[in-house]
Ligand binder design. Structure first.
Ligand code: SAM
Length: 164
């Protein structure tokens, strides 16, 4: 079973009131073979205008949908899901949390794994209370209150974790 081009045209026409063959917005088909979704693409989508996600099921889309109604194809990884719904939710979650006001503190999304602030690397480890548990200690530097040394320790941890 394949999603039909005439049915998709009717759905898009009904939703947006324009001919889907001349898309006025970004229309992204979720496909296993599309551009791999990553933090850079999440940022690109968050910075851009509204977009539409199309989810397939069964064998996927009639190729004419991809050719004529879609601006992009995006994959959330090199594996096959039963449908595009979970992939769409992954895209929405990663994009929405980059929008201003979505997180408790906007800065939370600035310095994290894959961000420019960490040169695209992985985030450093986090700790919270208690400082000691079953002999497992929070690193001394984090308890020192010395902000510059803490910053440097985090940068170094991030560098170490990001080594190939
Ligand atoms: C069973 S899959 C179709 C697989 C397709 N016949 C193929 O071999 O590439 C059904 C739908 O799930 C979605 N899907 C499956 N894996 C995906 C992935 N890794 N990323 C994004 N969407 C995916 C797509 O919308 C796809 O049309």
């Amino acid at each position: 079973m394949v999603l039909r081009v005439d049915v998709m045209e009717a759905a898009l026409q009904a939703r947006y009131g324009t001919d889907p063959a001349t898309p006025s917005r970004r229309v992204i088909a979720l496909t296993p073979g599309g551009r791999e979704f990553d933090d850079a693409l999440a940022g690109e989508l968050a910075a851009g205008d509204d977009f539409t996600l199309l989810c397939g099921r069964y064998e996927g889309f009639d190729e004419r949908i991809l050719e004529h109604f879609c601006t992009d194809q995006v994959s959330i990884g090199r594996y096959v899901l039963a449908g595009g719904e979970l992939a769409a939710m992954v895209v929405c979650d990663a994009v929405l949390r980059k929008l201003p006001g979505v997180l408790g503190k906007d800065e939370s999304a600035v310095e994290e794994s894959f961000s420019d602030a960490l040169d695209g690397g992985l985030e450093y480890p986090h700790y919270t209370r208690p400082a000691e548990w079953r002999g497992w200690s929070v690193p001394d530097v984090l308890l020192s209150g010395h902000h510059e040394r803490i910053r440097e320790w985090r940068r170094e941890q991030s560098r170490q974790r990001s080594l190939p």
